[in-house]
Each structure stands twice: as C-alpha cells, then as structure tokens.
Design a protein around this ligand. Sequence first.
Ligand code: G3I
Length: 301
Amino acid sequence: ASTLGASAAESGRYFGAAVAGNRLSESGYANTLGTEFNSVVAENAMKWDATEPNPGQFTFSGGDQIVSWAQARGMKVRGHTLVWHAQQPGWVQGLTGNNLRNAMVNHITGVANHYEGKVFAWDVVNEAFEWDGSRRQSNLQQQLGNGWIEEAFRAADAADPNARLCYNDYGTDGINSKSTAIYNMVRDFKSRGVPIDCVGFQSHLSAGDNLSSYQSNLQRFADLGVAVEITELDVGGSGSAQAATFGTVTQACMAVARCTGITVWGVTDKYSWRNDDPLLFDDNYQKKQAYTSVLNALNSG
Ligand code: G3I
C-alpha cells in the first residue's frame, strides 16, 4: 500500500503518531496525520498532570479532543500514560503511604473508566526501571514499595478489562540489564496471573545505534505470551543512516508475530521534543528518506 497506516494494516498492524491537540488546526499537520497514520496517541494530554490537576477533579478535554478527531477518521487510539514518575500534578508529589496509594488507584480508575472502549491499549506504568535493572527510586517506589506496579495493573484491569495493558520504557532496545529486569517482571506477572498484556518499547534512538539484539529482545518478550509494541519511535540523524535505523526497527516488528504496531513520537520534525530531526516528515511535511525506508519495510513483511 502507499501510506504507512494502510501498509501496516495489511499485516494486521497499526502505524501511529503521537499528537498534540493544539496542532490539529494546522492543515499540513492534520492532512499528514489523517492520510498517513491509522492510530494516534496523545503526546501529553492523557497524563496525570493534564487529567487530574486537582485531587479527584478530572479534566478530559484535551484527551477527548484527540479521541474524537481520531474516531471521526476511523483511527485507533493508544492511551499514554496512567502512572509515571514525571508529569505528576503538584498535589501528588507530596503524598505519602496510603494517601499516595489511594490517589494512584483513584487516578487509574477515573481515567481508564473514562476512556473505556475508546483506547485499545494503555501504557499503565511508564519508565519504572533504571539502566542497571534496579527500580527507579520514584515517589511511587519509595512510598509504596515493589508491589506498586502490580497494584497499578490490577487497578487498570478492574477499570477497563478489555484494553490491552502495557508496561512501557526506553533504553530497552536490545538485550541489556534494563530490558532483562523488565523481562523478569513480566515473566513473574504472567506466572502469577497479574493482568499484563503487552510491553511497549519506546525506541528513542539515534542513527547508527547498535540494534543487533533488537528483534531477539522483542521475541523473548513475545514468547512470554505478551504483545509487544514500538511505542515512541524516533531516530536522531539524517539521510541514509537515519533511514536504515528506522528500517531495522520496522523490519524487527514485522518479523515478530506478536508485534502489533508501531507509533512514532510525533508527526513532523517541526514539533518533535528533540532537536535532531528524528521523525519521518520534515518541517514542511515532506517525506524524508526515513519515510521510504519504513514504508518499504512495512510492505515487504
Ligand atoms: O503546555 C505547556 C505550556 O502551557 C507552557 O507554556 C510550556 C512552557 O514550558 O510548557 C508546556 O508544557 C510542555 C509540554 O511538553 C507541552 O509542550 C512541558 O513543559 C514539557 O515538559 C512537555 O514535554 C513532554 C515530556 O514528555 C514531558 O516529560 C514532551 O512534549 C513529550 O514529548 C514527552 O514525552 C515523553 C513520553 O511521555 C514518555 N517517554 C519519553 C518521552 C520524551 O521525553
């Protein structure tokens, strides 16, 4: 097929982009997103600071805008993210013990209930591990102890039993200490019946990164019985080196049956969170070499 979304759909996959609602009024942005992609994720609008600025007071307008835009065009929506150490509203940051636990569960319940039936997957927990495989010493970890990730997944499952529930992280672009720690957690969850359905590999990369174990890493997670998704792909660099790295990631997903889709972390270099032009469309919404590489990989799978 001739677009990213349609090409991914031929193998039952999605190809999505992270979206900022305030850009949807720009025609180049909206046209590119609507034409090329068949899935979206809110870059910021569904995070804790955006959705629950005050305790128990939920504001869904930003996320709802993105959901309605996507639904009107038949696009899927991923949910990002229910619990994260970053972008917590101020009122959460000082909570201790059971006050934090109750706030976490209440937040998961409120947001996942609201978006039930509208998002096909949730990043339930984001970035809870360090490079060496230890737990990140966030307020959640320090106040709630090792069990907090399991508690978060159980709360999400109770609120939306049909959404695919994912653990999501970066720096997991091969077999390394961090990805192995996450692997061990997922294996433990599966053996004890903790509801986890998928693992998200953010894949914030640079051209030329060593991806020699990228595919085998995806495969070992898939072999645990979870789906794997490329959730925040971007590749700093340019030209053929950038294109090659994008191609390697896309081919890896296509080669793993349980790799259900790819999301790039933005539509255009113009609005990327990075300043090294890491996306598939340039500032003027022109297709880059990286675009062609991804499209070809989707079509040869
Ligand atoms: O909306 C406010 C605006 O009102 C204010 O004037 C402006 C001034 O700084 O800030 C705006 O908010 C910014 C927001 O992006 C929207 O642009 C925040 O400061 C800024 O911190 C926020 O950055 C986001 C970042 O997560 C926060 O940690 C990026 O857009 C977003 O791309 C990035 O996404 C994360 C994923 O969620 C998780 N994985 C890593 C990834 C990249 O860091």
